[in-house]
Design a protein around this ligand. Structure first.
Ligand code: COA
Ligand code: AMP
Length: 642
């Protein structure tokens, strides 16, 4: 057990008292936390049920999230404080916006959207790189009481089209390009292709032209960001109900169709405001840097909304942990902007460690203002934890997250009571989350035993109340497996001290370089190739990215083509359909796949073989001889790791 020096920093409040109150008296607990916000109308109903019989928070409260994030601070003495620091090594530019400047930009852009007909409840898709305008667009949508859906820039046109069809946006906001290290990625042609593919056609596309690539414009549909802003009338904040949606964020599930996680306004604002102090120990004026992307939930919560709701300065970084220009990038940023907290995925630190194992770059910078390093998005492996602690001398907090919750489910609450750290554990449940370990029948397991991680209802504020346009998918995907609980899809255990250890997904979701991806979706694409009879895509361990997808492919009888050629085609196909971010680089041809007698591929078994785990042969297996054969093939191709 490692004693966390941060223990000495706080300690006034006890974690146990805070946590117990949140579980035993959730309404009183969250009513008190809601007091921290300037509601237009304070909620009187704290917890209630909606038409789907789902618990909802603050149903009769009225607020505007963009008001709380911007106007409130402008009106309360923070107008001249920096709201956003933009640092872009890939374009060699830096910029700062004060709260007043950001508020004015957002109000004007809200005016641009309004002029395009965007009203309360309408959807706006945002497909942008890591530039301040991405946040301006998000906040402007929130200002109008409309609903944004940000699509990660690394996704290909097909993925964008699927999201456009599901969210049915009135308007899409994009930029002409993003920059990946030295590569210019043209976004606009991808948007054009997506709109061509989608059945739903947005009425307008607002395009920010960047100097690195001039986007061709479609007359009558495309609007130039700068021109529109020049004549825009600022728009006011539109009050919304606590339960009105703020955004939809699509995330990978077990099938090809991504799930539109819905986030409401009231619960989200209350939970994030609370988390900024309780989890991150951040106060107004502090600099908080989440080195993620606005396309992911961490970017939504802790690049955009959380820090701004708390009156902090947030950092928008258009670069990578390495290669922009070197492995000192994170340290340079923390020193230059006096960041008090850094939040990134473990894979980013593994990338830094690989290039600069002795952390020679770190010695060049003054990190005295940096208090804590937070990690999430995938399992924080103990070697990466130890390396980061040893080299930086800072407390490192692993916290467990999901897009569905919008904030950490387990963590070490640095602003409540910093607990001792156990490498490999994301510490303890965050107040509001009644985390239980269940067996397959739904019985609670004793400490030390591994099972399904579930959260007893009600979920705390900010967690999803539904899947956009598909409540049934929410019910069957999350609530049916264990009645009375939310099923997280992760497996793990609690130890004798109540520390939670997340051991990985129990379904077909994988995590590649901190990016959540669906192997089921990749299988659908691979199976679509004319030469492929059947396939299984599994995640195998990767020292840098955590996991990497690999396809095990059975070809149709009589296929004459060269195996290497088919493999290259499959790799290209997944890249084209999902995007480079899928990192699907390997497909191995096999003669048969292990299946049950009813024809289901035994994917769990394949994962166990890949992880070098012992496995028992299921009684339902159709052809036991397929196992040693697949094991041999996987071993020969280096797909078995431990
Ligand atoms: N737009 C377009 N393409 C993108 C992209 C984006 N926003 N993000 C990634 N890609 C592309 C990359 O350029 C790369 O393309 P390539 O195959 O042509 O080289 C591909 O997708 C894979 O990217 P990635 O997996 O990120 O690998 P990388 O080698 O470029 O970088 C890391 C490796 C570890 C440095 C990087 O993945 C990283 O910083 N990860 C952290 C992710 C994160 O913050 N997640 C949020 C959770 S908190
Ligand atoms: P996302 O929805 O993209 O945030 O991904 C959520 C998934 O990432 C979780 O269900 C976990 O499988 C994994 N994950 C996130 N944070 C952690 C963590 N700290 N430890 C282990 N796994 C994590």
């Amino acid at each position: 057990m490692i004693v966390n020096e941060n223990n000495k920093r706080t300690g006034a409040m006890s974690y146990q008292a805070e946590y117990s109150k949140s579980i035993e008296a959730p309404e009183a607990f969250w009513a008190e936390k809601a007091e921290a916000l300037a509601w237009f109308k304070k909620p009187e109903t704290i917890l209630s049920k909606d038409e789907n019989d789902i618990y909802r928070w603050f149903a009769d409260g009225e607020l505007n999230t963009a008001y709380l994030a911007l106007d409130y601070h402008v009106e309360n003495g923070r107008a001249d404080q920096t709201a956003i620091i933009y640092d872009s090594p890939v374009t060699d530019s830096k910029r700062k916006l004060t709260y007043l400047e950001l508020r004015d930009e957002v109000a004007k852009f809200a005016g641009v959207l309004k002029a395009q007909g965007v009203e309360k409840g309408d959807r706006v898709v945002i497909y942008m790189p890591m530039i301040p305008e991405a946040l301006v667009a998000m906040l402007a949508v929130a200002r109008l009481g409309a609903v944004h859906s940000v699509v990660f820039g690394g996704f290909a046109p097909h993925e964008l089209a699927v999201r456009i069809d599901d969210a049915e946006p009135k308007v899409v906001v994009t930029a002409s390009c993003g920059i990946e290290v030295a590569k210019v990625i043209e976004y606009k042609p991808m948007l054009d292709e997506a709109i061509e593919k989608s059945a739903h056609k947005p009425e307008a596309c607002i395009v920010l032209q960047r100097p690195q690539a001039e986007a061709p414009m479609t007359a009558g549909r495309d609007v130039d960001w700068v021109e529109a802003m020049a004549t825009a009338e600022p728009a006011d904040c539109v009050p919304v109900k606590g339960t009105d949606p703020l955004y939809i964020l699509y995330t990978s599930g077990t099938t090809g169709k991504p799930k539109g996680v819905v986030r409401d306004n009231g619960g989200h604002a209350v939970a994030l405001k609370y988390s900024m102090k309780a989890i991150y120990n951040m106060g107004p004026g502090d600099v908080f840097w989440a080195a993620s992307d606005v396309g992911w939930v961490v970017g939504h919560s802790y690049i955009c909304y959380g820090p701004l709701l708390a009156g902090c300065t947030t950092v928008v970084y258009e670069g990578k942990p390495v290669r922009t220009p070197d492995a000192g990038a994170f340290w340079r940023m923390c020193a230059e902007y006096e960041c008090k907290a850094l939040f990134a995925a473990p894979t980013a630190f593994r990338a830094i460690k690989k290039e600069d194992p002795e952390a020679a770059e770190l010695a060049k910078y003054d990190l005295s203002k940096l208090e804590t390093i937070f990690m999430a998005g995938e399992r924080l492996d103990p070697p990466t934890y130890h390396w980061t602690v040893e080299k930086t001398g800072k407390p490192v907090v692993d916290h467990w997250w999901q897009t569905e919750t919008g904030w950490a489910i387990c963590g070490n609450l640095m602003g409540v009571e910093a607990k001792e750290t156990k490498p490999g554990s994301s510490t303890v449940p965050v107040p509001g989350f009644n985390v239980c370990i269940l067996d397959h029948e739904g019985n609670e397991l004793p400490n030390g035993e591994q099972g399904n991680i579930a959260i007893k209802l009600p979920l705390p504020p900010s967690c999803l109340p539904t899947v956009w346009g598909d409540f049934e998918r929410f019910r069957t995907g999350y609530l049916s497996e264990f009645p009375g609980y939310y099923s997280s899809g992760d497996g793990g255990y609690k130890d004798e001290d109540g520390y939670v250890f997340i051991m990985g997904r129990t379904d077909d979701v994988i995590n590649v370089a901190g990016h959540r991806l669906s192997t089921g979706e990749m299988e659908e694409i691979v199976a679509g190739h004319e030469a492929v009879a059947e396939c299984a895509v599994i995640g195998i361990n990767d020292p840098l990215k955590g996991q990497e997808p690999v396809g095990l492919v059975l070809l149709k009888d009589g296929v004459e083509a060269d195996e290497a050629e088919i493999q290259a085609q499959l790799v290209a196909l997944v890249r084209k359909e999902i995007g480079a971010v899928a990192c699907f680089k390997r497909a191995v041809v096999v003669q048969r796949l292990p299946k049950t007698r009813s024809g289901k591929i035994l994917r769990k078994l394949l994962r166990q073989i890949a992880d070098g785990q012992d496995y028992s042969i299921p009684s339902t297996i159709d052809d036991p001889a397929s196992l040693p054969e697949i094991e041999e093939i996987m071993g020969r191709h280096g797909l078995v790791t431990s």
